[in-house]
Design a protein around this ligand. Sequence first.
Ligand code: FPP
Length: 258
Amino acid sequence: MWKKWFSRNSKSSNESELNSLDPLKIPQHVAIIMDGNGRWAQRRGLLRSFGHRAGVESLREVVKVASEIGVKVLTAYAFSTENWKRPDEEVSFLMSLFSEYLDNEIDELDQNQVKIRFIGKIDELAASLQHKIENAQTRTNRNSGLILNLAVNYGGRAEITRAVQIIAEKVQSGELNSQDISDYTIQSSLYTQDLPDPDLLIRPSGDLRISNFLLWQLAYSEFWFTDINWPDFKPKHLIQAIRDYQGRERRFGGIKRS
Ligand code: FPP
């Protein structure tokens, strides 16, 4: 099934790009800010919604390839807690796109062992979308392949605020002593409590910021920026980002090992 992408493209430059990766240094967790849909559309004289729709295609391809090369977790930022400020038509379009994505992709994702998860304030979404999210999560929960973590109505600050509330309640009830609060207490109160931190953050579209994404988890992630807008982001760009990542030296605050 998904083996198709590389076999279809074998003998092409994609194969040699893939072969340039060190299979022992594939990042476990890749996080992506899917930015630049609007600009992509506007540059073509199209409505922004066309850019978002084209962005779904990029996501589909990137999920396949990430799964194929052995990435364990892919977190994609689809809608922030601040994106509600956009015009109503754009917000409704995005919400229906998420719903459509689940309808259209769930069978293939499930067949390919992808485990779908959502992070963010899911309880604030429309009941019908919440229902589809719950179904998708339940249906794929036992899958053993790529964890596809979709951040919808997600904000890093809101996630940390929520963690603080969870911890404060435990202190208040006597379950936890404030002296015992550690990094681990906080990490295990986040949406991503059971996931490794991202090794690699990819942001297309030329903006050099993290926009309230995974504020705690990105502490030691490697960042990779490109001017390409998300709808133009292809598997070869993912491979390029991973190749660059593999050439980085990660020290986590330590010093270079001789
Ligand atoms: C940011 O780019 C993108 C978004 C707010 C929406 C991202 C959504 C998708 C890629 C659709 C696919 C997602 C799923 C889960 C099916 P922007 O539109 O703000 O671009 P701009 O900065 O150029 O205006």
